[in-house]
Each structure stands twice: as structure tokens, then as C-alpha cells.
Write a protein that binds this ligand. Structure first.
Ligand SMILES: Cc1cc2nc3c(=O)[nH]c(=O)nc-3n(C[C@H](O)[C@H](O)[C@H](O)COP(=O)(O)OP(=O)(O)OC[C@H]3O[C@@H](n4cnc5c(N)ncnc54)[C@H](O)[C@@H]3O)c2cc1C
Length: 141
């Protein structure tokens, strides 16, 4: 889903194929936020500036600003090769880890965006330190 704001307090929500419940639609309508259905086929630009969101319905909606929330997905398949379990989160796939950052396979620890749906440098760094500490501990006991 993407949100557009044209700086005149007019927001438009592009559903981009996602289901939006009747309650959510009613809430958006109450806030004067129109919902545009259909999948986004193109984000068009003119001379490097955003111009419109084009939909598979043939409709083109002029926009000035676009806020998008893409889903996370791993850029490599090492986790698949290792048989690590994943969980599906609202923002994409994440490796399943416990409080010690250990994955579903004993002795394999994970940190960073791949193992945390709340992408953040601070969390990636913190979880990386935890994963290293617990991995080291597992080799000592
Ligand atoms: C546009 C944007 C803005 C952001 N702004 C903020 C912010 O303001 N504050 C904040 O805290 N967080 C921000 N984040 C999130 C933050 O960047 C991530 O949470 C953090 O970088 C995650 O670290 P990571 O080490 O898990 O992954 P990454 O930083 O993505 O590092 C993964 C590394 O692995 C490499 N790699 C991938 N596949 C392979 C392969 N097959 N072989 C070898 N290397 C490979 C990649 O090239 C990359 O260098 C932002 C993210 C984005 C995309």
C-alpha cells in the first residue's frame, strides 16, 4: 500500500492489490482519504520528478509525493540452503529466532533485517552483538 500527500491535506491510499476491510474503508472515508483500488503498474516520472501512479485498471493518478511501504525479502537464499525456519510478518519474511538470537537450527544465530521485521541500524547492531555473545557462549558450555 502507498500513501500520497499533495501538501493540501489531501491524502490518497493506493491499495495496490491489498485487501482493505470495510471497517478500514469507513475509517479512511471519515478522514476524507480516498482509496484507489487496482495494482500499481508504474510509478511515472517526468525529467526525474514523480508525476503519476499508473494502475493496471488504466487509470493514472497525478501525485507530488509518494510514501511506499515495501515488504522485506532476503536478497540471498543461504537461509533456505540451511533449512532455517521463517515467520511471515506484516512487513515481510523474517528468520525465526529465539531470545538468544538462535535460529531454528541449533548453533546458527542470526541478526539484522533478515531476523528482525523492525528494520533499524540500532537493533541490527544490538542483535548482532547478542548473536555473537550467545554463539560464543554455546561453544563454551
Ligand atoms: C532507505 C532506507 C533508509 C533507512 N533509514 C534508516 C534510519 O534512518 N535509521 C535506522 O536505524 N535504520 C534505517 N534503515 C534500516 C537500516 O538500513 C537496516 O535496518 C540495517 O542496515 C540492517 O542491517 P543489516 O546488516 O541487517 O543489513 P544490510 O545493511 O542490508 O547489510 C546486508 C549486507 O549484505 C550484503 N549481501 C547481500 N546479499 C549478499 C550475498 N549473497 N553475498 C554477500 N553479501 C551479500 C549486502 O550487500 C549488504 O551489504 C533504512 C533502510 C533503508 C532501505
Amino acid at each position: 500500500m502507498s500513501l500520497f500527500h499533495d501538501w493540501t491535506d489531501r491524502l490518497t491510499l493506493f491499495a495496490d492489490g491489498h485487501e482493505i476491510s470495510a471497517d478500514e474503508r469507513a475509517d479512511l472515508a471519515r478522514r476524507n482519504v480516498p482509496v484507489v483500488d487496482g495494482r500499481i503498474s508504474e510509478i511515472a516520472h517526468v525529467e526525474g520528478r514523480l508525476s503519476s501512479v499508473n494502475l493496471d485498471t488504466g487509470r493514472a493518478v497525478a501525485v507530488d509525493v509518494l510514501f511506499a511501504r515495501p515488504r522485506n525479502r532476503p536478497s540471498a537464499n543461504l537461509h533456505e540452503a540451511l533449512g532455517l525456519e521463517v515467520v511471515d510478518t506484516p512487513v515481510g519474511i523474517a528468520l525465526k529466532v529465539d531470545d538468544r538470537r538462535e535460529t531454528s537450527v541449533k548453533g546458527i544465530y542470526a541478526a539484522g533485517d533478515l531476523a528482525n521485521p523492525m528494520a533499524s541500524v540500532t537493533l541490527a547492531s544490538s542483535h548482532g552483538a547478542m548473536a555473537a555473545i550467545f554463539a560464543q557462549q554455546s561453544m563454551l558450555v
